[in-house]
Design a protein around this ligand. Structure first.
Ligand code: DGT
Ligand code: CA
Ligand code: CA
Ligand code: ZN
Length: 581
């Protein structure tokens, strides 16, 4: 089962870390790190490439290409194994703590013999790091905070990791003899941002065959339980997967039950009880006679409870059951934003800055998604490592204008992702900004300003007539960086007042704004843009995670500016700008 690009990308990143930890040359570690990113985002499936094909990948030279080939052909790379053997696994774990790099990890190991996260936390609390070079009290604080973030994330994985695996498993199980139906349920079906375990549901004429196929599949590392109707495994990536086989006539009740959430189930069960019914994973029963009433489809189950079918993304007990009882849900469901409603992507990068695909590759891939419009928004100059300049961005605009019309009906917009500086200013003066069709403005630095400063900063960006969208508004990285501490209500109010959209960044480690904040922002009458923030052609499909998040925030298509036809979008993008002379 493979996502070879991601897998090899992770291997190269690990090798880069190992080089740093073992005191190897810094340039070598950097080279592998760059290669890791390039491979992870490469547009072709790298397992189909030969040595010379692999060398076509940016930042991949002959020696790296050889290692990749070795891995693809044999499953191991001796050079990597050799370094792995030098380092206790716990030390590598340390490098996973946000803000603690490989260098610091190795100091901790060599100076204090610390070889696990628990040992590190104990050592900090015991004051053992005092006096250690490079470890001030601020560093200790950051480490403890990083560990806390990791523990909050627990063993949960990002939605995208679980969804891609679950789709592969469902496809594979569906092929097994006797399997009639197979789908995933649980938090995954609800599109939660992180997933604890994957729940798969199936019906089969030959359950034992299905269970055997499941527990012996290639992705299985450990079989936790092997039963007649339920089995659990841990995958090679450490994720638990549960498979349940249910009776065909209980499919709807089981799907409803195992989709959850638990809180939503409790609500629906209460409604059943009030009607003298009993709802379980086996069906909806008469509480007195225990006679089964319905269970074959979810729709029937909800209908018999007097409720409309509730989309999985809404099943979080955030008022959806009450809305259903009041009869308001069908109207919301009819207008709930879907991936089909999205007419274009408004936040994407190319290799002019930190993207991995060329302008033409991005446009080609976008047009196959059937978009009506598409914005290229590379980073602006104040993010210095991106080396953007006036000349480069203007040359890109010229290229883009020349390509407009060459990708079917898809119209091309030229934009930029500006940086909101600590005072709330953005790159470039007004005259220059005027030349863009769309500007996103994002916080990329100074995340630790005071609440007042951060709030003021973003409100000022909203008030800029050239800023159309606030990019990844809380700047969080799930499991790695907490959201900035700003007064979101004040920001939402400013967005509504100034005609600035809030982004829902679909990148799986961002999903920013998140569902609860979307629900809150909606009340201010804010508009939203659901963007992929693609840095490679492979990222364009991330949009579905943003749409799932938007659904969890009850967003309707009319609130999302990139579901609008181009002329309506263009009117929105003109914002309060002075008209061009
Ligand atoms: P996760 O795995 O932590 O991301 O979240 P879920 O929602 O997938 O939770 P999980 O895997 O423990 O259980 C799957 C579904 O089964 C859950 O969403 C609702 C249902 N369920 C599990 N335990 C209970 C329970 O004690 N009561 C009720 N009513 N439903 C439950
Ligand atoms: Ca689950
Ligand atoms: Ca489960
Ligand atoms: Zn950004």
């Amino acid at each position: 089962m493979g996502r070879p690009n991601e897998e090899v990308g992770a291997l190269l990143q690990e090798y880069a870390d190992l080089i740093s930890i073992t005191g190897g040359e810094a340039y070598k570690a950097r080279a592998y790190e760059k290669a890791a990113r390039a491979v992870g985002g490469y547009h072709e499936d790298i397992s189909r490439l030969d040595l010379s094909g692999l060398q076509q990948i940016p930042n991949v030279g002959k020696s790296i290409a050889e290692k990749i080939l070795e891995h693809l052909q044999t499953g191991t790379v001796p050079a990597v194994e050799e370094l792995r053997a030098k380092i206790p696994a716990g030390v590598r774990q340390l490098t996973a703590i946000p803000t603690l790099g490989p260098k610091k990890a190795v100091v901790l190991y060599e100076e204090l013999g610390i070889a696990s996260i628990d040992e590190l936390v104990d050592a900090i609390h015991a004051g053992k790091l005092h006096g250690l070079k490079g470890f001030g009290s601020k560093t200790e604080e950051n480490i403890l905070h990083g560990v806390e973030l990791m523990q909050q994330a627990g063993d949960r994985v990002h939605l995208a990791v679980a969804l891609e695996l679950a789709e592969d498993i469902v496809a594979e199980m569906s092929q097994v003899t006797g399997c009639e139906r197979c789908t995933y349920a649980g938090s995954l079906r609800r599109m939660r941002e992180t997933i604890g375990d994957i729940d798969i549901l199936a019906t089969s004429g030959a359950p034992a065959v299905l269970m055997d196929a499941f527990t012996t599949a290639s992705y299985v590392d450990e079989v936790i339980a092997h039963g007649d109707t339920k089995s659990s495994v841990r995958t090679t990536k450490g994720l638990q997967v549960d498979l349940r086989v249910v009776a065909p006539d209980a499919w709807g009740a089981a799907l409803q039950y195992f989709t959850g959430s638990k809180a939503h189930n409790i609500r629906t069960r209460e409604i059943a009880v009030r009607q003298g019914l009993k709802l379980s994973e086996y069906g909806l029963f008469d509480a007195e006679t225990e006679e089964k009433i319905v269970s074959e489809t979810e729709e029937e189950v909800y209908e018999r409870l007097g409720l409309p079918w509730v989309p999985p993304a809404l099943r979080e007990d955030r008022g959806e059951v009450e809305a259903a009882v009041r009869g308001e849900l069908p109207d919301l469901v009819a207008r709930l934003v879907t991936e089909d409603d999205i007419r274009g992507d408004l936040h994407t990068h190319t290799d002019l800055t930190d993207g991995l695909s060329t302008l033409e590759q991005m446009l080609e891939a976008a047009s196959t998604r059937g978009y009506e419009y598409y914005a290229v928004t590379d980073h602006a100059p104040n993010l210095y490592m991106q080396r953007m300049s006036d000349e480069k961005v203007l040359a890109q605009r010229e290229r883009l204008r020349a390509l407009d019309g060459k990708y079917g009906e898809m119209r091309l917009l030229h934009g930029s992702e500006l940086n909101i500086d600590p005072d709330g200013n953005v790159d470039w003066p007004a005259e220059f900004l005027q030349g863009f069709d769309v500007c996103i403005a994002s916080v990329h630095s100074h995340f630790n300003q005071s609440r007042e400063e951060l709030t003021r900063r973003i409100v000022r960006a909203c008030e800029n007539p050239y800023v159309n969208i606030i990019g990844h508004p809380t700047a969080r990285l799930i499991g790695k960086r907490p959201p900035i501490d700003a007064d979101l209500d004040e920001i939402f109010e400013a967005c509504a007042r100034t005609g600035t959209a809030l982004e829902i960044d679909s990148f799986p480690d961002r999903l920013d704004l998140k569902d609860e904040h979307i629900l809150r922002a909606k009340r201010y009458g804010v508009n939203f843009a659901i963007d992929s923030d693609s840095h490679s052609t492979r990222h364009l499909a991330f949009l579905r995670y943003g749409v799932g998040t938007a659904q969890r925030g009850w967003l309707t298509r009319d609130e999302v500016i990139n579901t609008w036809p181009l002329d309506r979008l263009r009117a929105f993008l003109r914002k309060g700008r002075p008209s061009r002379p």
